[in-house]
Design a protein around this ligand. Sequence first.
Ligand code: GLA
Ligand code: GLA
Length: 702
Amino acid sequence: MNAVPRDVMPVSGTAGAPSPGDRFWRRLGGVAFGGDYNPEQWPAETRAEDLRLMADARVNLVTVGVFAWARVEPTRGAYDFSFFDQVLDDLHAHGITADLATMTASPPPWLVHEHPEILPVTSDGTVLGPGGRQHFCPSSPVYRERAALLVERLATHYRGHPALGLWHVGNEYGCHIGACYCEVSADDFRRWLRERYAGDIEALNDAWSTDFWSQRYASFDHIRPPRVAPTYPNPAQRLDYMRFSNEALRGCLELEAGILRRITPEVPITTNFLMGLKAVDVFDWAPKVDVVSVDSYPDPHDERPHLLPGLLYDTMRGAGGGAPWILMEQAPSAVNWRARNAIKQPGRMRLWSWQAVAHGADAILYFQWRQSRGGAEKFHSGMVPHAGTDSRVYREIAALGRELARVPDLPGTRVRNQVAILLDWNNWWALELDSHPSDGVRHEERLLDHYAPLFELGVGVDVVPPSADLTGYALVVVPNLYLLSDENARNLSAYVSGGGALVVSFFSGIVDEHDRVHLGGYPAPLREVLGVRVEEFCPAAERETFPVRGCGALADVEGVADLWREDLRLTGAEPELVFESPDWAGRPAVTRHRFGEGVSRYLSTRLDEATMRAVLGRALTEAGVTPVVEGLPSGVQASVRTGAGRRFLILLNHTGDKHDIAVGGEWADALAPSEAVAGIVTLPPWGVAVLRGTESVDQASN
Ligand code: GLA
Ligand code: GLA
């Protein structure tokens, strides 16, 4: 994996030839607003109304044609773009930019009829039928050939069309089909393995530990995908299959992107990543697109529905090297695909949209413009709902569109943070393999154990891979990084010895890139930097808890741990928090160690959130990191965006209470310019404030 540089993309308007991505952002001339537009589902009169309403709601960017393959190629080779010619002409006439899809996300019936072998197969051998979408094997040469032919025709046909601002390649790759286990995939996997292991079957035997359970291979030809087996399939084989499947899907993107870049080099490319999707390594894919975009569907029934999106938005910004990104899809209100589909209560859609902006998004889009009348998603909300425009949902949408239009100079500013959380898809894949000490070390939940307290402490974070250049960060937090290569471990050690502050959680540094244990006591490649040695993991029973208490600077901390303990020996580190349970009294739960010029901490257990806040708060104080705004009430978020001489402070109230927030410095209300801000901003329940800095900002500090 490549290091993801921070802040390397030029802020729009700075020197150098503008990239296709930069041109796209400039063309929009402000925060983009819009959604998936599926006019093929509607009669002509409705489409005329759509254009009027889009102007009313200040829509300036729509995604068109995502599921239109069957319409533009109704039978093999019979391309007919006339419908979309009209749509794009109309959009252009109304000043709306098209994010034109390559239409390859749902193969048409004729293709499945002629080539049923393109259908994907699950690990238990079930062939998945058409009738839904994404029913293709990513390795299928037939699917790829027909997709490439369509993209070639589309790009040639729409080259130079004034509405075309962005290519939307595929749709949510890996959402339904993260991996296919058919014979075509099996062949492709063998090809991939030959390349990965340079044709050396002994290298594969070594990497996969195949002497375990008599799996030694004599030839690459004998290898199959890790299909359902009598017991746990080989974990290294499964890990490689996830890597292979990630690359097979990425191959579909790259195939289309190559064609588009050849025919329309000036038009940028995106593909919409999906919040929380394990199958697609966003850090690996992001360099293949010009603009990062993501779909985000928080569950309004969650207690803190803003946390997981925040983490994912920070990941998207990290993947794009700090560049602006597109919130490509969110629901205007309810979705249709959960067991119980909560609506977004009044104000939440606005709040969560501004939340994306606070995390660096310069485009706020939805699925979808008009709520469908038929089909599987008819109960998924739309910007124009079944009830029509005389509805709460439409009124909130139109109000937000107008509100975003009041800050045309917000794009071009960036979010800059001093704290990083490390995330690595290879680790995610390996961490959640089976036959581990505890099934409770689930990636997303454990990430949130670290993210939530930082959020509550009022500190913004960047999410970056462990290979990233960490030197600019004051604090780096490493949640449960089970899979850690020696190279990445050296990156962490060098960061601390050079003066950095590191916090590492249990079950980190356990295996190498082939899921083989680093020997000699865990976490072998991090023992030195952490000053600890772990002899044995001691996973807790469900609901088992352990009292803990702080020492030294944390002496007044009392809390509870659960999930995990370790037989932890100190080899230089000092305890900062100890267990109090009778069987474990005085044994270290959290340690602190000076290493080179820096400081590292190790957490050998899962702490309750308040205790985690105390530990991370201490690490932040030591590292000299202060909150964006001091003394924020719980659930209130602050984010600063700066750049090109401008400065914005965005305040978000994720609670049902009114809060008065004291903001230092000089600010004006960016949404109601006549309102002066006299030191205190009142946030109504679920409210938002967007403030513009009135002090001059040093250009050099951008
Ligand atoms: C059984 C098997 C062993 C081993 C153990 C693990 O006893 O015979 O090979 O898998 O289970 O508990
Ligand atoms: C995804 C898809 C959309 C739509 C929405 C519904 O994000 O990309 O086509 O199905 O889900 O939530």
